[in-house]
Design a protein around this ligand. Structure first.
Ligand code: PHE
Length: 455
């Protein structure tokens, strides 16, 4: 391992929680349910789990070892490990992806603030399912309010980023992740016991393979990369702050398990609740913003104080889960600008925040005010989501698996997996096999199978 005086995470738990903080976010609670809903339920989830195990975990371990070995930001790590080659583009494309994702992700993150405010001012009380649909449409189509929240959210992220790695990123993750988990568990219990919840549970557990096509595979693969924060140098940037005793494989397993469990829990909150009140599972990005306020009313309506407390807590924690992810997205671009162009961290962060507010405004408007302007049939918000999760991240994953499986010196790979011989590294041969053959073939196959969508 190259020794440097870079910043470091302070503890093992801090490492896991910060990486899990990056992984767990709107991807689990907002995006996973609506993608599951759009792609027919249980069969999508099974394919998703396959993608996590066969592609996600091995690629996460690869990113970890690339980051820790190079001790550098995503943009530079490949130049350090393979100087003078074109591999540097994998990192650079990742930096671009982080910038695009941060721009549209912050729009939805901003919605969580609006909903926190609504919950805190008790505006959910007494509303019906239909009222929630209408009020979401009014809000997301409003030309100003979402822009204000988007800006507030990015400024909050900015503030944590300039405070630095240990104080900012690690501390915030340590407190908020466990709280989120407990609240989700409580909500699952309420949701699955709502009258009429059985249909939602069946939707999650009974696979209907007749609905599976190439698009479902691409959706599941994209969701796996997005949810685990893979394919764009986010976890490699974090790993550059890991200590030399961190067990990379074990950390990857922990993060993968936490991330998957939280997504599944979110599914078990949202679908039973959606079916119970007759909301369509394929409502798309608005799904959690219309079903969840409903859950709180239905589940705790008899005791208004409980409905109030749970909804306020939920949206605060959702905002927190989102911010631990936006921090990691921001860090990729900030670390790149800071180290590559010798800017101060503060100045680099200002560029990123400013740029994302600018792009985020157009993403947000594309959902309402400027709806009729489309590119390839999509508004800017949908286009950014599509290009990043369905193209850039899987492509990044493909290149990363080829890089670790075929290009990088095996001594380096083994040295990182076993911490220079101090760990057994039982997974090493399996990891290499997957990275060399399975991951590249599977990702290419899913891409090629779906090339039809480009026609
Ligand atoms: N994994 C995050 C989530 O699920 C989103 C994210 C994607 C964060 C890519 C970093 C990089 O919300």
């Amino acid at each position: 391992m190259v020794k440097t005086n870079r910043a470091n995470f302070g503890s093992k738990l801090g490492i896991i929680l910060a990486s899990a903080g990056s992984a767990v976010g709107l991807g689990n609670i907002w995006r996973f349910p609506y993608e599951t809903g759009n792609h027919g339920g249980a069969a999508f989830i099974l394919i998703y789990l396959g993608c996590i195990i066969l592609l996600g975990l091995p690629i996460m371990i690869s990113e970890f070892l690339i980051g820790r070995r190079s001790q550098a930001n995503a943009g530079r790590s490949y130049s350090i490990l393979k100087p003078g080659t074109q591999w540097k583009w994998v990192g650079r494309i990742g930096v671009l992806a982080s910038f695009l994702i941060l721009s549209y992700y912050s729009v939805v993150a901003g919605w969580t603030l609006e909903y926190t405010l609504q919950a805190a001012t008790n505006s959910f009380a007494g509303k019906s399912a239909n009222d929630f649909i209408v009020s979401f449409q009014l809000f997301s189509g409003n030309p100003w309010r979402p822009l204000i929240w988007l800006t507030v959210f990015l400024l909050a992220t900015h503030f944590i980023i300039v405070k630095g790695v240990e104080k900012g990123i690690e501390k915030s993750s340590k407190m908020m992740m466990p709280a989120l988990f407990i609240l989700l568990l409580i909500l699952v219990v309420y949701s699955v016991t709502l009258p009429g919840a059985e249909k939602g549970i069946a939707f999650l557990l009974k696979p209907d393979f007749s609905k599976v096509n190439g698009e479902v595979f691409l959706g599941a693969m994209g969701q796996a990369f997005f949810s685990l924060s893979l394919g764009m140098g986010c976890l490699s940037t974090y790993a550059s702050y890991f200590g030399k005793h961190t067990d990379l494989a074990r950390t990857a397993f922990s993060v993968g398990i936490i991330d998957t469990v939280i997504a599944i829990l979110a599914g078990f909150i949202i679908f039973p609740a959606a079916f119970a009140v007759g909301i369509q599972p394929d409502a798309g990005p608005s799904l959690i913003f219309i079903t969840l306020p409903n859950v709180f009313q239905q589940a705790f309506g008899e005791v208004p104080a409980l409905a109030f407390i749970f909804s306020v807590m939920f949206y605060i924690l959702l905002a927190v889960a989102a911010i631990t992810s936006t921090i990691s997205l921001h860090e990729v671009a900030t670390a790149y600008l800071h180290e590559q162009f010798k800017m101060t961290r503060g100045k680099a962060a200002k560029f990123v925040t400013g740029g994302c507010i600018f792009l985020g405004i157009f993403c947000s408007l594309s959902l309402g005010t400027t709806k009729e302007y489309t590119l390839f049939g999509m508004g800017l918000f949908d286009l950014f989501d599509f290009v990043t999760t369905k193209i850039m991240l899987p492509l990044g994953g493909l290149l990363i698996s080829i890089f670790t499986g075929w290009v990088l010196d095996k001594k380096i790979v083994k040295g990182e997996i076993t911490n220079d011989g101090t760990l057994k590294g039982v997974i090493y041969p399996y990891l290499i096999f997957i990275l060399k053959y399975i991951a590249p073939v599977a990702i290419s196959f899913i891409f090629i199978n779906e090339l039809g969508f480009l026609k």
